[in-house]
Design a protein around this ligand. Sequence first.
Ligand SMILES: NC(=O)c1ccc[n+]([C@@H]2O[C@H](COP(=O)([O-])OP(=O)(O)OC[C@H]3O[C@@H](n4cnc5c(N)ncnc54)[C@H](O)[C@@H]3O)[C@@H](O)[C@H]2O)c1
Length: 450
Amino acid sequence: MLILMVGTGYVGLVTGACFAEMGHTVICLDIDKEKITKLQEGVIPIYEPGLEEIVKRNVKQKRLQFTTDYASALLSTDVCFLAVPTPSQEDGSCDISYIISAATQVASHMQHPMIIVNKSTVPVGTAAKVRSIIEEELKRRGVEITFDVISNPEFLKEGAAVQDCLKPDRIIIGADNPEAAIVLKEIYAPYMINHDKIFIMDTLSAEMTKYAANAMLATRISFMNEMAAICKKVGANINEVRKGIGSDSRIGYSFLYPGMGYGGSCFPKDIRALIAKAKEHHVETQLLQAVETVNNRQKTTLSQTITHYFSKKGGVQGKTIAVWGLSFKPDTDDMREAPSLTFISELLKRGATLRVFDPVAMPNARKMLPDDPHIVWCQDEFDAAKEADGIALLTEWKQFRLVDFKPVRHHMKGAAFFDGRNQYKPLDMKSKGFDYLSIGVPDQMGALNT
Ligand SMILES: NC(=O)c1ccc[n+]([C@@H]2O[C@H](COP(=O)([O-])OP(=O)(O)OC[C@H]3O[C@@H](n4cnc5c(N)ncnc54)[C@H](O)[C@@H]3O)[C@@H](O)[C@H]2O)c1
């Protein structure tokens, strides 16, 4: 079976490479010529642990190829996946123009019966729209070709995408034609050696499942951030509260971490899109709106903590803050809607200088942050901390876990540590001579210890 993956980004490249790893023959197509040329030269355009290895292995074994040419790619394609972007429009609703354009391109070049599978996160009803776009294009061409449209949303997590893809928790197949669903089941059969994880449903429910899953996860994050805000005021410790509630099997430990607010290319836009879809159908979404409001507030929490801390020390204006981590989460170079962007912009506005470092996201961050002399791009976390009045941990990369704080502290001007991810032990940081301020945990003032 020959699989065509239209869109070779985080989802398309990872799922395409994983299909090849499972033995399928895959062509990954993209309209971005530079990206495809890089891939053809063996350069992986994104950072994702384990990806380079499986891409290279499958290219070598001729199961994985890259192209920009729809016509030749569609000559022998059996199943065509769409994994193109679905960003937010200005009103928050989902922009499906990339889907429409990709579906139109497929329809204008397809030569034989085919299954078109939507992997992008799309509003409920998009499969039907894709179907009618393809029908129209085939009619315009004056050809009759049978086809099916399936919804197969993707649940991989950036940073663990290859593992998620090779060992998915579940596969959702939204199919209105049971025969097409059987073909998809065959494609995913190598993933089901242990037990069946496939749920077959109608396309509308499949599309909705993806949004409901992301909304649930975002809700847990905002819930914990709100609990953290209360903890901070009443003197409780959210780290203890998290363990206390996570031990309840009805709640569980996952996604209970307070922090900088959710970011990335999925949760923010998907919550907005779900709110917009509900509005279109006159459904009120108080809960989802609150999730978003809490999240927007959370993105400014740490910069406010910093401003407040320095208000008793001459103000934040002219202070230097080391920023550890820029990507929206560890193990990815993705900077889309990263909380670091809000954090940096808030502190620049207040006259601070930011000495920034991220293990892999610096190139993408440079494209998204202003060219400002108050942003200093550093070599590593130690370089960033030099002469800094304080350090802010924004992304919990593993290399920041076991830092030797003695030389760090020695080269700093000030002694503040602002932990946006609650990575360190407050009393330990205090004993190392830091004023340690984190999320939902009582502050520990240790600067006088040194
Ligand atoms: N990134 C994630 O973690 C993740 C997880 C699950 C679902 N999703 C969803 O998957 C979809 C894709 O997300 P992504 O992060 O992979 O996006 P991405 O921006 O990384 O990649 C999309 C790719 O599609 C290409 N493209 C755009 N129009 C095209 C066209 N007409 N023909 C061929 N290629 C085209 C772009 O050049 C780009 O390389 C989105 O709907 C997203 O919500 C993303």
